[in-house]
Design a protein around this ligand. Structure first.
Ligand code: SF4
Length: 293
């Protein structure tokens, strides 16, 4: 099977099979990102996808779920995604659903009806790295879209019935920008029903454009405690009925819970951690994590 960039997926997708509908990242310009830097973006041809699908049983047995590889497998064209689902039904009938990472702009060229069709053939829970609802932050980290474009796409996805997951990049607001980033991102998600809201914490990794911006004094990172305060504000402002998860390694603590049921308990835990932790200790964890990226 072809996996141009190795296997990349959220930790909870470990039991799945994998398939490459795209290679690399269709954007590849987020300033904090360390992934796919040496890969040119490419959409797989249908012939390549079919050849890979035929090999899935040999590599992954009878997976129930396929997680598309590449930074944003949903950048594949609608027709290709539909044909992919058809070929999976033919060669790997055990597959019940298909997920993958996605960018907001992967959905610009897909209509609500097309998204409904994708949901009907098994696509579910694309993990969308929305990251922020704050235009200043989106521009600063060069995500390539605005909050209103993100909202429009998320509303379209929701109206189509395609279940989806969103991420919040905790700390992207930088020093002093956390509260606004938290509130505007919670506002972006207001009234939507994602299967899950994930958070990860910004880690400024040497070699990235954001690291160079820090060195030049153009961007000041949040302290670790500021990140926790930003997270507290984000959770406080969330009005969604969903699963909250911050189990990515970049986070200073890990939890998966249902909100609003566990919201007060979660807020109390974040507050306690913020008050009782030592910035130097937290920073040590950040530096250790930096080496892992
Ligand atoms: S969309 Fe994702 S993979 Fe692509 S540059 Fe941004 S963070 Fe990196």
């Amino acid at each position: 099977m072809r996996f141009a960039g190795g296997i990349n997926r959220p930790h909870y997708e470990t039991a799945d099979g994998y398939l490459q509908t795209t290679e690399g990242c269709s954007h590849n310009h987020c300033l904090f990102c360390t992934y796919f830097k040496n890969q040119k973006f490419k959409k797989s041809t249908l012939a390549e996808i079919e050849a890979d699908i035929r090999e899935i049983p040999e590599y992954f047995g009878a997976p129930k779920r396929i997680f598309l590889q590449g930074a944003d497998g949903f950048a594949a064209d609608y027709d290709v995604l539909m044909k992919t689902a058809e070929l999976l039904r033919k060669y790997v009938p055990s597959v019940e659903s298909i997920g993958g990472y996605a960018r907001i702009d992967n959905f610009y060229d897909k209509t609500e009806d097309q998204l409904r069709n994708l949901a009907a053939v098994g696509y579910a829970d694309p993990y969308i790295g929305v990251e922020s609802g704050d235009d200043t932050v989106l521009k600063r980290i060069n995500k390539g879209y605005t909050a209103s474009q993100a909202r429009e796409v998320l509303e379209k996805i929701e109206a189509s019935g395609l279940p989806f997951i969103v991420n919040f990049l905790n700390g992207a607001g930088g020093h002093g920008g956390g509260p606004a980033n938290a509130r505007l991102t919670a506002t972006l998600y207001e009234g939507l029903h994602p299967t899950m809201i994930n958070t990860s914490m910004l880690t400024v990794v040497p070699g990235t454009p954001l690291y160079r911006a820090v060195e030049k004094g153009l961007y000041t990172e949040s302290t670790e405690k500021e990140k926790l305060e930003e997270l507290h504000e984000f959770v406080r402002c969330l009005t969604n009925d969903t699963i909250f998860m911050n189990e990515h390694a970049s986070n200073l603590f890990h939890v998966k819970c249902r909100i609003p049921e566990a919201k007060e308990e979660l807020l109390a835990s974040i507050k306690k951690l913020t008050e009782e932790s030592d910035e130097t200790e937290l920073r040590r964890y950040r530096e250790m994590i930096t080496r892992a990226f």
